[in-house]
Design a binder for this molecule. Structure first.
Ligand code: EPU
Length: 426
């Protein structure tokens, strides 16, 4: 298994670029099932999760033509109507996004429970997706296998518009039902929707190729069914989680001026509001953020929340940042109940962390961190461990970096450009 070897404590300075958003890129492949015309995707991150989405797309009969790095054409001509390949569904949560379009195009779809980061109790549930598909006319059969895993059989003679209220805000759930409704008969109204920028970007693209979606970015989205979609170009928005992670690395390292390029600062207002209170020295430009060393940074409590609140995906790097801040901070993780477990690894590196319960941790700072041998538990915690290793004294080895490379393109190369001593070994 590949690992990172990091010599911590090197001063970091210079410019670092942000890739296209992972969570935006993943969703364009299922969307492409809905049109026979070509979609040109640009600014796509070259990461493991996107490769898995491409493999799923190809397995279902899609064609992918690479134009240059980050740019490719995708097209569906001969849709294959069979079960979603189990080995791929098991690997990434966003595989669930293929279910709606398969139902629309094939009238049936079979698939096992999707995989993804282990950050919630048991497997992450899909009840709200199933409920939505049912309201849109699908018949659902669930088989429990001997292994305990659920296997789903969905059939639908036709998909029709429906009024659906999400009991809990769900990002992929909102996107999934939004795209399923595009070619449905009649109007669909989705209520209590997620409002993430990736959803707005997807809806704007879809409207550009013939969909009739209004209200994306608000709690109520209306979709009027249309007969056909065209092709078009989908330019993927900058990854806001990567942007925020680099910004927090700059603030935690506090060793030199770092400029984060190709970013969309407007998507991170919750983080900037925390930075104001922590007293991070930062300036926002149209597509860049400049972070300069501060005299001292201060501990500030943070609570994760659906967008536009403070993103759960930014909680692990924020927790690392707080180990370097003066005072006591309470981190309240409200979305997932396994996303604070990685703080045990920070304690092993010398951080003063009290894990009160699965949702709350208290950090006492500042503390010096020291290098350790670690295993990356999941994507965002893995990135946070890289950050901790870069500011720690001594050498850290991080194993299982597949988990990190699922979401961050050539992270070692980019960090080396700002002065990090990080090596990737196979
Ligand atoms: N939930 C249910 N039932 C459902 C769906 C979700 O109970 O049918 C619960 C989840 O268990 C969780 C909450 O609702 O407690 C929110 O989950 P959500 O559905 O919003 O998460 P997601 O759509 O599966 C996306 C991102 C995650 C990010 C979350 C929250 C993608 C592919 N994933 O997940 O990204 O953490 O939204 O913002 O878009 C990551 O990139 O590392 C990552 C995990």
């Amino acid at each position: 298994m590949a690992k990172f070897i990091i010599q911590g404590g090197k001063p970091l300075k210079g410019e670092i670029g942000v890739s296209g958003s992972k969570n935006a890129a993943l969703k364009i492949f299922p969307v492409a099932l809905l049109t026979e015309e070509t979609i040109r995707v640009s600014n796509a991150p070259e990461i493991e999760d996107v490769f898995r989405a491409q493999e799923m797309f190809a397995a279902l009969g899609g064609e992918i033509k690479k134009i240059k790095p980050g740019v490719f054409d995708i097209k569906f001509k001969n849709q294959k109507c069979f079960d979603l390949p189990e080995n791929l569904v098991n690997k990434f949560r966003a595989s669930i996004m293929f279910v709606g379009p398969m139902l629309v195009k094939c009238g049936k779809v079979n698939f096992p429970h999707p995989g993804g980061c282990v950050i919630g109790a048991g497997t992450r549930p899909i009840d709200m997706f199933l409920d939505g598909f049912q309201k849109m006319g699908a018949k659902i059969e669930i088989l429990r296998r001997d292994s305990g895993q659920d296997y789903y059989h969905l059939t639908a003679k036709r998909i029709k518009g429906a009024e659906i209220f999400f009991p809990k805000i769900t990002v992929t759930g909102t996107e999934s039902l939004m795209i399923t409704a595009i070619l449905a008969e009649g109007e669909t109204v989705l209520k209590n929707c997620a409002m993430e920028p990736e959803i707005v970007a997807l809806a704007e693209f879809l409207n550009g190729i013939g969909a009739k979606i209004s209200g994306a970015g608000t709690p109520t989205i209306r979709i009027k069914g249309v007969k056909k979609l065209r092709g078009g170009e989908y330019k993927i928005i900058p990854d806001r989680i990567e942007t925020g992670t680099f910004a927090m690395l700059a603030a935690a390292s506090n060793s030199g001026e770092i400029t984060i390029k190709n970013a969309e600062p407007n998507h991170l207002e919750a983080l900037w509001s925390l930075f104001d209170r922590i007293k991070v020295n930062y300036v926002l430009y149209k597509d860049r953020i400049k972070i300069s060393p501060a005299k001292k940074i201060f501990a500030v409590d943070a609570t994760t929340h659906e967008y536009p609140g403070f993103a759960t995906d930014l909680q692990p790097p924020y927790t690392v940042l707080m180990t370097q801040a003066e005072g006591k901070s309470l981190i309240h993780e409200t979305i997932y109940d396994r996303r604070l477990i990685f703080t045990d690894l920070l304690s092993q590196m010398g951080a003063d962390v009290v894990l009160c319960d699965p949702h709350r941790a208290v950090i006492n700072g500042p503390t010096k961190l020291s290098g350790r041998k670690l295993v990356s538990p999941d994507l965002r915690a893995g990135a946070a461990l890289v950050m901790a290793a870069l500011i720690a004294n001594g050498k850290t080895e991080i194993d299982n970096i597949y988990q990190i490379e699922r979401g961050y393109e050539k992270i070692d190369e980019r960090l080396r450009k700002i002065g990090a001593d990080i090596k990737r070994v196979d």
